[in-house]
Write a protein that binds this ligand. Structure first.
Ligand code: PFF
Length: 446
């Protein structure tokens, strides 16, 4: 029934694909705006700690399950589990992840559509369109559908001709654009004040509960955890590869790009201030979220004259690329399941699922106020931590430790005597579930 499975052709391809999934709007938009609304460098510090002590171990749990089972999330968790009840729980958890990945894609496609609209806005006069034409509801629908179609087109190509090919092209381009933008912003007056806010922590904010919960959520979202994207990408890694090293590299790239995005956006805000743009809200805090990306930054680009046009174009191209390499990883989750467990051809499965998710996106656009926040909260605030917890439980409590070791030893024969093997099993068994439970409880209570 199952089709021949794909495999990444090299270490580089896997790293580009997994980093492509991880690096997305969460890094370039989410991280800097969280920094702006949570006291600057204090947030950066807490985030770095949580990313290493919590997100990396959880990422490893997904990669190991995936490569062991060489299957989609439902089949993989069934394989890891024991006994009929355990297998049912495995299937249910995997399926929940698939639904959540699809729902994240449904809102992510909308936000990506906004990015495309801003990216293409400078072209409106040439297309004979009126200013603002790219921001109507109808245009939003078109941009979201276009973005989804691009995602579908890549995923129909499979692991080598789709995911790997496009991630390996787009990720270096993303790094190049980001670096050039940072260099440019640093030449502008005001950038140094922003750099200070970004780099000098206000230690009094570090124990802030809200800050810690936000940093945890951000770390989970940023590493694409819980919903099976890393599990499915892990299932395409060769048995010769060293998993702890690969996972470590992906984590470092994800954190590195988020930190770089902060180096771009926070100084850019202070350059905007220097140019007369309002960057604080009524309470004196830095503007964040939508206001930052869609008001402050465009106003900054406008104030920069001709160069600003180019900078804006490059910035929204960067956002669109980041979104695309993440969205393909989300779509791969339900597609792999449908192909492997229900015998669909990849092409048919991809268009069918891509079409269904697009229909959900359209419904969300049309009832935006009622649905958008709900879908975001259900998927990222509620489901991702819960699923992350479940995956840690599968690896730490359900899977035989011997089986786990055998899997990690492949590609890393000395792992048993390494620091990784001394620390990580304890982490996924006790520490990660505990921290997730505590912060999750906090989210539920609030
Ligand atoms: N990691 C992506 C980002 O930071 O934008 C978002 C994401 C991708 C979340 C894939 C979940 C996922 F399955």
């Amino acid at each position: 029934m199952s089709a021949v499975r794909g495999e990444f052709s090299s270490r580089f391809s896997f790293i580009m694909a997994a980093a492509g999934s991880a690096v997305g709007l969460g890094n370039i938009w989410g991280f800097p705006t969280q920094v702006a609304s949570n006291g600057g460098a204090a947030f950066v510090l807490v985030y770095l700690v949580l990313a290493f002590v919590l997100a990396y171990p959880a990422l490893m749990a997904e990669l190991v399950i995936g490569r062991f089972a060489r299957a989609n999330a439902v089949a993989a968790l069934q394989k890891v589990a024991r006994g009929p009840a355990g297998k049912k729980l495995g299937a249910a958890t995997g399926f929940y992840g698939i639904v959540v990945a699809s729902l994240i894609l449904s809102f992510y496609g909308i936000v990506a559509g906004w990015m495309l609209a801003h990216w293409l806005e400078p072209l409106t006069p040439w297309l004979g369109l009126q200013a603002g034409a790219v921001h109507t509801i109808a245009a939003q629908l078109v941009f979201t559908l276009f973005f989804m179609a691009a995602t579908v087109a890549i995923i129909t190509g499979g692991v080598k001709d789709g995911i790997e090919k496009w991630s390996s092209r787009l990720m270096p381009l993303l790094l190049l654009i980001l670096s050039l933008l940072i260099l440019y912003v640093f030449t502008q007056p005001g950038a140094v004040s922003g750099l200070k806010v970004y780099l000098i922590p206000d230690f009094s904010r570090i124990g802030d509960r809200g800050l810690i919960v936000s940093a945890l959520g951000q770390a989970f979202f940023s590493l694409s955890l819980g919903v099976g994207t890393m599990l499915i990408y892990g299932s395409y890694i060769s048995k010769q590869e060293n998993l702890p090293v690969l996972g470590g590299l992906v984590t470092l790239i994800d954190i590195g790009i988020a930190v770089m995005a902060g180096l771009l956006i926070i100084p850019a805000m202070y350059v905007a201030l220097e140019n007369g743009v309002e960057i604080f809200d009524a309470s004196g805090a830095l503007l964040a979220e939508g206001a930052l990306v869609f008001t402050v930054l465009p106003a900054l680009f406008d104030s920069m004259g001709v160069a600003g046009g180019l900078v804006g174009f490059a910035f929204f191209a960067l956002m669109s690329i980041a979104a695309l390499t993440s969205s393909i990883s989300m779509l791969e989750v339900p597609v792999a399941y449908t192909v492997e467990n229900h015998g669909f051809r990849r092409n048919a499965a991809t268009w069918l699922i891509g079409g269904t998710i697009s229909a959900i996106s359209l419904a969300v656009i049309l009832s935006f106020d009622a649905l958008f926040g709900l879908v975001v909260a259900f998927t990222t605030r509620f489901s991702q931590p819960l699923l992350g917890l479940m995956l840690c439980v599968f690896v730490g409590w359900i899977w035989h430790r011997r089986g786990l070791l055998e899997e990690i030893k492949q590609g890393n024969p000395q792992v048993e005597s390494s620091l990784f093997w001394k620390i990580w099993p304890i982490y996924v068994k006790f520490i990660c579930p505990l921290i997730i439970l505590v912060t999750f409880g906090d989210t539920l209570l609030s």
